[in-house]
Every structure is written in structure tokens, then in C-alpha cells.
Design a binder for this molecule. Sequence first.
Ligand code: PDD
Length: 288
Amino acid sequence: MNGQYVPHGVASVHVEDRGYQFADGVYEVIPVIAGRQVDAIGHRERLARSLRELQIDPPMTDRALGLVISEVIRRNRVRTGHVYLQITRGVAPRDHAFPVEAEPAIVVYANSKAAGGIGKQADEGVRVITAPDQRWARCDIKTVALLPNCLAKQTAREAGAHEAFMYDSDGFITEGSSTNAWIVDAEGRLVTRPVSHEILNGITRLSLMALVAEAGIEVVERPFTVEELLGAREVFLTSASALATPVIQVDDRIIGNGRPGSVTSRLVEIFRAYVASDNVDAAAGRTV
Ligand code: PDD
């Protein structure tokens, strides 16, 4: 674990390890049969590829990693079993975009759970079921499986932007990588995507809906396209960390006159008054 051999029971992960918080890491499982690693080179080659694809620096050379894996197998006296290896982007203060400083974190362990293909299951066969492929199609669940969100946020960061509004295969905006996306239409109505499996139902989103209802501002829940976003009168985003934040540019397009618009500025004021008020639970009881 991170350069040391430690007992399994004391090997632990930091709370801000990006693997733990964002699923921002890669792994391999290598079978060990009769004392030999099977397909070790193929597994290490795929590991190197996965690391490259995610721009995670390899924590050691391939040769050193091979030696570490052999040593872990030896120390655990595994003759037949498998090796589990995981590398994450490391420990850093929580932020979806890649940290500048973090050292990749590595864990290698081995156990004696034999591969099914050499035991009873190979002789007798197994049952399977069919299931919808929903990897990962449940964006409504506030899960820590956030790697795609991190990649979108990193793309935004590299473009000098604060956030990435993501679009679906039909060209409709779903949401931001860690925020909900809104536009203001020509009539001054707030437009945001209706809830479904495609977006997280933001608590700030719900809270804003409750607050603007009191202020007489209309909200329309409907999908909007990238074109509509680029041509919108105003654009803003919401989240627990952003509250309501005006967006003044999308890709190369300046929104309005490049300054927060009048409707969004009013929302910012509504939120300022809300957070200073006696009741700060506007979303409570609304359908999440
Ligand atoms: N993100 N959509 C996504 C994908 C989010 O991760 C978030 C929140 C939101 C807004 O939800 P809420 O209003 O409940 O914060 C929408 C938090 C702030 C984060 O991951 O840091």
C-alpha cells in the first residue's frame, strides 16, 4: 500500500482519496494458479492504458510493479487465488477537476479465492440472468460514481471555464457536471430539464422553484437544446455550493451583454435573502 507492506487489517484509505469520493481510479484482477500469475503482462498493459486514458501518472515502473505483485503473492503464501490491484488519482481536497498536486495512491493485495474456471463451477456450469445495461444510467441517484462528472469538469477547467453543461445523444442539455442547468426564455420564464434518470434532482433546484413561486416568477420544466442554450436571454446554474450563479458565456458565445442578466440577478438576491431568513428549508417536503 503506497510503497509499504502492511497487514490487511490496518490498510485503510484516506477519506479524501479520489477513488473513494469520485471512483477516480483504475484496477486489475490477476489470477494466480499453481503459484503463477496468469496473463500478468496483459493485465499490466491494460492497467497502463487505463492510467494513460485518465491522465494518472503510474506510481511505479511496470517492472517494479511486477516485482511488488510477486512479493505480495509470496508474503501471503498464495498458490492459487488472485491479486487485486488498484490505483487512484490520490488524496486531494474535494474538487471534481483533477488536482495539480496529488500523488497517485496504490494498493496491491492477494488472496486465496480461486478462479471459478478451475473448480466445481467449471465442471457443473452456472446460471445467468439478463439485466438492462445501466452503466451508468441512473444520474438521479447521488452516488459517488462521479468519474464521468470529473472528466467533464476537467474539460471545462482546461478550457478556462467554471463548469461543463453536458448534453445527451439528442442534443438536449442534461445538467452540469456538479450543478443543474437553467436558461431564461424570451418571456422571462426559467427553464430547466424535468427530473428523470438523466439528472440529479438538485435540492437547490427544488428550493429555487419554491422561492420563485412566492416571487411570481414562472418555471417551465422541459428539456432544452444546446442551440437554445447558446441563444438564451440568460443562463444560470444551481447547486449547494453555487446556490444560483449566473453564466455569462457558453463555449464561444457571450450570453446577453456578458454580465449577469436582470432575472438571474434577481434570483441571486432571492437566494441572499433566503439564506439570511428564519426558514432555510424551502425544498423540504418537495419530491426528490
Ligand atoms: N453537486 N447535479 C449534479 C451532477 C450534482 O453533483 C449536483 C450537486 C447538483 C446540484 O444538486 P444540489 O442542489 O442538491 O447541490 C446537480 C455537489 C454540490 C457536489 O458534488 O459538490
